[in-house]
Ligand binder design. Structure first.
Ligand code: SF4
Length: 95
């Protein structure tokens, strides 16, 4: 399971991220090339930008389910508010 605290710093802010378990297999880049790119210098994937359409979101979920080491998370705190109740997202305090 991916851990938000262990994400790479170059992930685009939002729900999806790649953490430091990534083994650079490049599968996520094949499944969702608009979202996942490779950091060639550090040899790992990262979220270049968050998904913007249902199709891209489905591709991200496919990548998440396919990652062999569970290095992709979708529980980042500034994600798509339509996907989850914002009050359940970490870092958002209900008043
Ligand atoms: S599928 Fe997982 S292990 Fe493979 S490059 Fe993407 S994040 Fe890294």
């Amino acid at each position: 399971m991916a851990t938000y605290q262990d994400r790479f710093p170059n992930n685009s802010p939002g729900a999806y991220y790649v953490d430091d378990q990534c083994i650079d297999c490049e599968l996520c880049q094949e499944r969702a090339p608009e979202v996942f790119h490779r950091d060639h210098e550090m040899a790992h994937s990262f979220v270049f930008r968050q998904p913007e359409t249902d199709e891209e979101r489905e591709a991200c979920e496919d990548a998440l389910d396919s990652c062999p080491v569970d290095a992709i998370g979708d529980d980042g705190p500034h994600g798509d508010m339509t996907r989850k109740n914002p009050c359940q997202l970490p870092g958002i305090v209900q008043q």
